[in-house]
Design a protein around this ligand. Structure first.
Ligand code: CAP
Ligand code: MG
Ligand code: MG
Length: 495
């Protein structure tokens, strides 16, 4: 037990000077929860396993504080004086503190960081997104449906021109958005620059053919930041402004890579791909952090969009409670987390402007407007960012992929409760029996069916691409049978 970190019942932790965190903790042996909580607080802030003689009165102000222990649920609440974090809006440094050595502590059988809470005074130190899905909607002139996208498959192995042809087919079929798959970079069979030029040419053809603008998200993850910046600059020189996003493999290339691209290219949609997150976030992982925690830090760091999962409908692990809480947690001005309610305002949440905007946002969401996007389609200007961009951490868009196909889209739409997201279907488009173009059209038709509240089967009667998709995916889209949204998404634990 390290008493200096034990502050049960302490109210100071709510004074805006502390970032709050809650961990699910199971220690080995018969160590008490309070005891091990102080060890976690020490290791994740100022201490070690032994009390040192070099402490000063000031250094003690850097101590994390265990302010609540919930024995029934094995929960430990720890407050971190956010002044201990590296100045200048560095997200990597926070996670080094709270999601660093603690995961290696021998006395811990379980240590899962489930939720975090940022006070408004702390939010003001961080970048947040500079480009949001609203800007992409303005470019696409798409306000009344999700941005419908794909990932080019096979995941790797097409030449640059073959890759671009698949892009063309998807866009010609009515799709909005194409992304590189997360490992596509600069491979011998698809040199990066040739791929970019080929994509631009295919995009121009698709825009001429359809009369609609299109977007492509390019992976700029690389061996070093100079190469990342060089690739990003090359894309910026080849593509039209607004027609491209930068994808960063945030887990494998790291938070510094994410923030480097965010800061060097503040006018470009920053697409955070989370390949590798499963090692930390899966429910069956006793050590790690939640999808919500990952997603909240991505918003803090300035990601315009991050993958948040298919709520148990697609091929990846994750359920409605985890994935939908994360999606709403990064979209809304006020979000209900697993344990904390977060207001993403850099001014006190009691400020009348903020209170008014939260009220308006809740009304829009509750009005079945499926979130802000639909209301904008009705000409209601709700874009908080336009009015208060200097006062809030703008929204981050959920990016939904992982085994989805047109047949599963309506169920996901019912589950997520908004249209304000990007969906990207890879296998679920390029496996369509009639090919990629028909696959894209089937996705659009599936959305149209949902929007007009007609069953897919009825809508398919005069939409052949969807009809073919239903036959095929009900047979092959294994996830078609894995629709379990019984996990009711709610926030009973919100404080
Ligand atoms: C999906 C995907 C995505 C993962 C990401 C893939 O392809 O491109 O990277 O699904 O998962 O490589 O598997 P499919 P998440 O559409 O063919 O499944 O969004 O959960 O991070
Ligand atoms: Mg700011
Ligand atoms: Mg992928």
């Amino acid at each position: 037990m390290q008493e200096q970190y034990l502050y049960l019942g302490n109210e100071e932790v709510f004074n805006g000077q502390y970032m709050l965190a809650v961990f699910k903790v199971v220690p080995y042996g018969d160590i008490t929860l309070e005891d091990v909580a102080t060890e976690i607080a020490a290791e994740s802030s100022s201490g070690s396993n032994l009390k040192v003689g070099t402490l000063t009165s000031y250094s003690k102000t850097c101590d994390a504080r265990v302010y609540k222990v919930d024995h029934d649920n094995n929960l430990v609440y720890i407050a971190y004086p956010w002044l201990i974090f590296d100045r200048g809006g560095n997200v990597q440094n926070i996670l080094t503190f709270i999601a660093g050595n603690v995961f290696g502590m021998a006395e811990l059988k379980e240590c899962k960081l489930l939720d975090v809470w940022f006070p408004s005074q702390m939010l003001d130190q961080y970048d947040g997104p500079s480009v949001t899905l609203d800007d992409m909607r303005d470019y696409l002139k798409n306000y009344d449906r999700p941005v419908l996208g794909t990932i080019i498959k096979p995941k790797i192995g097409l030449t640059s021109t073959e890759y671009a042809e698949v892009c063309y087919d998807f866009w010609a079929g009515g799709g909005d958005f194409v992304k590189n798959d997360e490992p596509q970079a600069d491979q011998t069979f698809s040199p990066f620059e040739k791929m970019v030029v080929s994509v631009r040419e295919a995009m121009d053809r698709a825009e001429d053919a359809t009369g609609h603008t299109k977007v492509h998200s390019f992976n700029v993850s690389a061996a070093d930041f100079d190469t990342m910046i060089r690739r990003a600059e090359y894309i910026s020189n080849v593509m039209k402004p607004g027609s491209y996003a930068f994808l960063v493999d945030g887990i494998t290339s790291g938070w510094t890579a994410v923030q480097t691209i965010r800061r060097h290219f503040p006018h470009v949609f920053l697409h955070y791909h989370r390949a590798g997150h499963g090692a930390f976030t899966r429910a069956e992982n006793p050590i790690g952090y939640s999808v919500l925690v990952l997603s909240k830090f991505a918003r803090l760091a300035g990601a315009s969009g991050i993958h948040t999962g298919t709520a148990g409908i697609g091929k990846m692990a994750g359920d409605a409670t985890d994935d939908i809480t994360a999606a709403h947690g990064i979209l809304k001005l006020k979000s209900h987390g697993h344990y904390f309610d977060q207001v993403w305002s850099e001014i006190p949440e009691t400020d009348s402007d903020v209170v008014a905007e939260i009220k308006k946002e809740e009304e829009l969401w509750n009005s079945g407007a499926h979130g802000i996007a639909m209301s904008r389609a009705k000409g209601i200007d709700t874009t908080l960012e336009r009015k208060m961009s200097w006062r809030v951490i703008s929204k981050t868009a959920p990016i939904i992929s992982g085994g989805l196909n047109p047949v599963l889209l309506p169920k996901f739409l019912d589950t997520i409760g908004t249209i304000d997201f990007i969906t990207t279907m890879g296998g679920g488009v390029h496996s369509h029996p009639q090919g990629t173009k028909a696959g894209a059209t089937a996705v659009v038709q599936a959305y149209e069916a949902w929007k007009s509240q007609v069953s897919l089967e009825d809508y398919a009667k005069d939409h052949p691409e969807l009809e073919e998709a239903i036959k095929f995916y009900n047979k092959h889209g294994i996830q078609a049978h894995r629709i379990d949204n019984s996990a009711v998404y709610h926030n009973e634990n919100a404080i």
